[in-house]
Design a protein around this ligand. Structure first.
Ligand code: NDP
Length: 310
């Protein structure tokens, strides 16, 4: 079995080492621009360049070393539809998302952001605490990662809400679905957490109109993709005070350009797309198991639905 490996960062050695442990029967071919690769059975990629399409169009399946597949689906049918695209299912990202989002929610709920500002100004003053029952958390996207975040937040007793495409029943969570359920979901969510895949339906979903439906003083946490948010509209609603603050891990242009106005807005907390990093060992193990299932004709989890885009 031959596997074509592409790493945008060029750091292929540690991946090869882990694959030799978990999939010793495979031979690997490293993809290099301008060099012709030998025919391969599978490809393991993250955000491959367009120049890789001829090779991708010839494998039995493509394994994406991340949960979001927007960087692959942008090629449309240049990757033939009969070639399954298989994403990572959690693979250690759920726990990282749970840590990141729980930290951001508790930071806002306990007003640590306000206390950080006060401390910098040398102010010693207790602020009125927020009421837990007024601090409903609305999670957009109840998939592998969204559910992990919901589970992590549950012990804190905040009202929990979730929004998905299809109907869900989750103990202790008020569930909404589809565009019909979106307005009611937003109107009751004091904290909006975006954990959606980026698809034509979710692109720019968090725009002025939808942000305006959040209660005054709402918080926004985006750990999904930058294109979910209309950035200038979020900024203007933060400046107007309707949105109290935002924690953003993802942006339309990454790295976030030095001139971007978000850098100058103290109520926006910026992290460089680190909310859930791909964990190499867990990912290699999962991909190796899936390749074995694929080879033996067993069902494989996390095959992307090309029509839905996730
Ligand atoms: P899943 O595919 O498991 O879950 C996606 C969820 O979004 C599902 O609940 C789905 O609804 C819902 N959804 C999709 N489209 C719509 C829609 N049009 N309307 C309403 N709900 C919708 O994805 P994961 O949880 O594994 O990952 C989510 C995203 O997180 C990834 O796609 C990626 O963009 C992002 N991510 C970001 C990382 C980072 O470091 N910042 C790292 C990893 C992932 P339903 O259940 O009904 O199908």
């Amino acid at each position: 079995m031959r596997i074509l490996l592409h790493r945008a960062d060029g750091r292929t050695e540690p991946w090869l080492k882990d694959f030799s442990k978990y999939l010793p029967e495979a031979e690997f071919e490293i993809w290099h621009a301008g060099e012709k690769s030998q025919p391969c059975d599978y490809a393991v990629v993250w955000s491959p360049p367009e120049a890789m399409l001829p090779e991708l169009a010839q494998v039995k399946a493509i394994f994406n070393t991340g949960a979001g597949v927007d960087a692959l689906l942008r090629f449309g049918d240049a990757i033939p539809r009969e070639i399954p695209i298989i994403r990572l299912g959690d693979a250690g990202m759920g726990l990282q998302m749970a840590e990141y989002v729980t930290h951001a929610v508790l930071r806002y709920f306990r007003r640590f952001d306000d206390y950080e500002r006060q401390a910098r100004a040398g102010i010693w003053a207790a602020l009125p605490p927020y009421n837990r029952e007024d601090f409903a958390i609305g999670v957009l996207g109840l998939g592998a990662l969204g559910m992990r975040v919901i589970e992590a937040l549950a012990p804190f007793g905040f009202p929990l809400r979730g929004w998905s495409r299809t109907e869900k029943r989750i103990d202790g969570v008020q569930c909404y679905q589809g565009l019909d359920g979106l307005d009611t979901f937003l109107r009751g969510s004091r904290v909006l957490v975006c954990m959606l895949p980026l698809t034509p339906e979710t692109n720019n979903l968090i725009d002025r109109s939808n942000l305006g439906k959040l209660p005054a003083g709402a918080y926004v946490i985006n750990v999904a993709r930058g294109a979910h948010i209309a950035e200038p509209e979020l900024l203007s609603l933060i400046k107007s005070g309707h949105i109290a603050a935002a924690t953003l891990d993802v942006f339309r242009n990454e790295p976030l350009p030095a001139q971007h106005p978000f850098w100058q807005e103290p109520r926006i907390t910026i992290t460089p797309h680190i909310s859930a990093l791909t964990l190499r060992r867990e990912s290699v193990q999962q991909i190796a198991d899936k390749i074995r299932s694929f080879e033996s004709g067993q069902p494989v989890a996390d095959i992307v639905d090309r029509n839905l885009g996730y």
